[in-house]
Design a protein around this ligand. Structure first.
Ligand code: ATP
Length: 308
């Protein structure tokens, strides 16, 4: 089998019980295809970091399969380490190195001696070029985060894991970062993103898995997750104040101002047609209707809610 026939990540029956006895991963099955932009979401403590740390070879699994392009993350550690770049949440570094020295040293870990062109490109792309000779300890939080990203990509890994890469990062840097990562992905590489910013996952990821209590509770293309969300927000503009709505509509009401009423509708329980019929019974005329598409946040809340 060649590398391109294999999924980038192959996980089967993966379990992790910590010594405390806590079961962080309770049997996870997951294939991530080469070239995907994949989102790994879940509430705090769901097991995302455990899964990533197992892939990175930092945490030992209790049982199950974890492979990167067909190579086992423990038995073929040296190989999988080359194939994977992980952008961690925290920077572990010697503060006396300059940015350039640090990236050189990281290249050395991967046996790359002539990596200057790529290091220059990375620093330029991540807006670090004018900090190349600055000591790491003198960098701002945002700058350190860019160094972390450069560090993870220094060996041009075909699979990159971004673990909460934009937590506490300003909007401008986020945009630049995403442009760069999108391009990295467009060149055929696999990107796995964990984030608390659901809008970010919604914008970037093609497929999304939702982990909860160590299990995958949803795994699908983003569009399918969104269309499965049963909530819709309906904004209705009347020609004048519609007055009393009646108990059925009152129940769905989430906002009101002058001639506008906003309803939150669960399409499964309240068929849209029935809601519209009730609205037409009101003494005011409907001037405008706006149905808002569900957002990933709605789908996420829906899915987690159903599992409880
Ligand atoms: N070293 C450890 N020893 C014992 N329990 C741990 C350890 N690391 C994680 N856990 C527990 O395992 C569960 C999953 O944690 P994990 O960090 O993988 O979740 P997460 O989805 O990454 O959460 P977060 O988004 O908060 O980082 C949590 O209940 C956590 O307390």
């Amino acid at each position: 089998m060649t590398m391109t026939d294999c999924p980038a990540i192959h996980i089967q029956g993966l379990r992790k019980a910590y010594q405390s006895g806590h079961l962080a991963l309770a049997g996870v099955d997951l294939d991530i295809h080469a070239g995907e932009f994949f989102g790994l979401l879940g509430p705090n403590g769901a097991g995302k970091s455990s899964l990533i740390n197992i892939l990175a070879g930092v945490v030992r699994r209790s049982s199950g399969v974890a492979e990167i392009f067909g190579f086992d993350v423990e038995r073929d550690f040296r190989r999988t380490r080359q194939l994977l770049g992980v952008v961690p949440q925290e920077l572990a570094y010697d503060p006396f190195f300059t940015v350039r020295e640090f990236l050189h040293m990281q290249s050395g870990y991967f046996g790359l001696r002539h990596n200057d062109n790529w290091i220059d490109e990375l620093m330029a792309e991540l807006d670090l070029a004018d900090k190349a000779n600055a000591n790491l300890r003198n960098l701002s939080g945002g700058m350190k985060r860019r160094v972390l990203i450069a560090q993870a990509l220094v060996h041009r890994p075909p699979v990159v894991v971004l673990d909460e890469p934009t937590a506490g990062v300003d909007v401008e840097l986020r945009q630049g970062l995403w442009q760069f990562i999108r391009r990295y992905n467009a060149e055929g590489r696999t990107v796995i993103l964990t984030t608390h910013y659901l809008e970010e996952a919604e914008e970037l990821c093609e497929r999304i898995a939702i982990l909860q209590q160590g299990k995958i509770v949803a795994l699908d293309r983003k569009e399918n997750l969104l269309s499965a969300a049963s909530w819709r927000i309906l904004k209705v503009t009347f020609d004048h104040d519609p007055g009393e709505l009646g108990p059925a509509l009152e129940d769905l009401l989430t906002g009101a101002s002058e001639n506008i009423r906003v309803f939150r509708i669960d399409a499964q329980r309240n068929p849209l047609g029935a809601v519209l019929a009730q609205l037409q019974q009101l003494p005011a005329q409907i001037l405008d209707l706006h149905l808002q598409e569900p957002r990933l946040e709605d789908a996420f809340t829906d899915i987690l809610g159903r599992m409880r």
